[in-house]
Design a protein around this ligand. Sequence first.
Ligand SMILES: [Fe+2]
Ligand SMILES: [Fe+2]
Length: 398
Amino acid sequence: MSARLLKEGVYSVGAVDWNERNFHGHTYVTRKGVTYNSYLIVDNKIVLIDTLRKGFEEVLLENIKDVVIDISKIDAIIVNHIEPDHSGAFPKILKLCPDVEVYGTERARQGILKYYGVNGNWNVIKSGQSLNIGKRTLNFIDTPMMHWPDSMFTYSAYDKILFSNDAFGQHYATSKVFDDEVDFTLLMDEAQKYYANILWPFNAIVAAKLSAISKLNLDIELIAPSHGLVWRKYLSEVMRKYFYWSSHSCKNRIAVVYETMWKSTEKMARKIVEGIISENVEVALFDVTKDDRTDIASYMLDAKGWIFGSSTHDAEMLPVIAGFLHFLRGSKAMRRISSAFGSYGWSGEAVKCIEDIVSSVSSLNCPSLKVVFNPTDVELDKCFEFGKAFALKIKNEI
Ligand SMILES: [Fe+2]
Ligand SMILES: [Fe+2]
């Protein structure tokens, strides 16, 4: 890949990581790969916005050289966020440009120093401060917890571009640059998956920050995130989605997520789904050992109803769903209706284990359902009725 022109004097100089499948350790399954976006602005001063993940330094340098030839001509690095996917190449750039001025929040300054032992000529940025680089004045907006405490946006009024770092990102490796160059549905699916797996825990902060930013009445033609496509045609769509997701809004839909030992809990799950369908409510069934937790979380982001099932094993729920629920608890979701079910042999603790975790993220627990060993026809009828009753509750709540 080479440098891509976004607007006169503004280039995308990042890298495409086609093969990354487990981002963030193993918290995010990235079936479409990842991009690490950096941007170069050429004005009286040459400014690099964010660097890349370690291992992609040479790609970044090659792309910058496409534009400015001499790397040492970079006057400033803006560190919108210190997470290693955006800062791994920072030490290398600093080495090549020892006199470069660096701009970022105080938390970013401390974090970069801790990660790399260097932070260069650091200028601490406070929200509302700006930097003149010639024709352009760059404005900084602190956005703590979008995604980490150090995060900030950079806005160029001259270009009408908001450099939003992690916000508005998607994990979508592609040779394209702009949102209207890829399939819209796939793009929005990836944006939703990204929100569910990166920003969901910070809903309250995202909602407050978005409304504060919207009051600034910034003239924005492009949102340039540090992952995925640049928003140019679908700005209002993604913005509307961010307001919707961050407000804990839900659809009339139900996710049934289970793990089974000898298929008894699975039989229950399938009958529960039939009961839900009989009430004409949207439902999706996930075997947590087969489906990517990343996709399940994405579906659950705006699903009003959550039903979890597990067989009991050693007085606990099964291990994969246990891991998933601990992961989900971090979402701090609100206003969900939930329930639990499962098959057991002699003690049946799994349902209680599920309820204990899910009660911290849902506002209403419905009665749960347990059966001993293999469900009989009568018990399967009960599962059907359980699903039907749950679906009715969802319909009446909306
Ligand atoms: Fe991040
Ligand atoms: Fe990131």
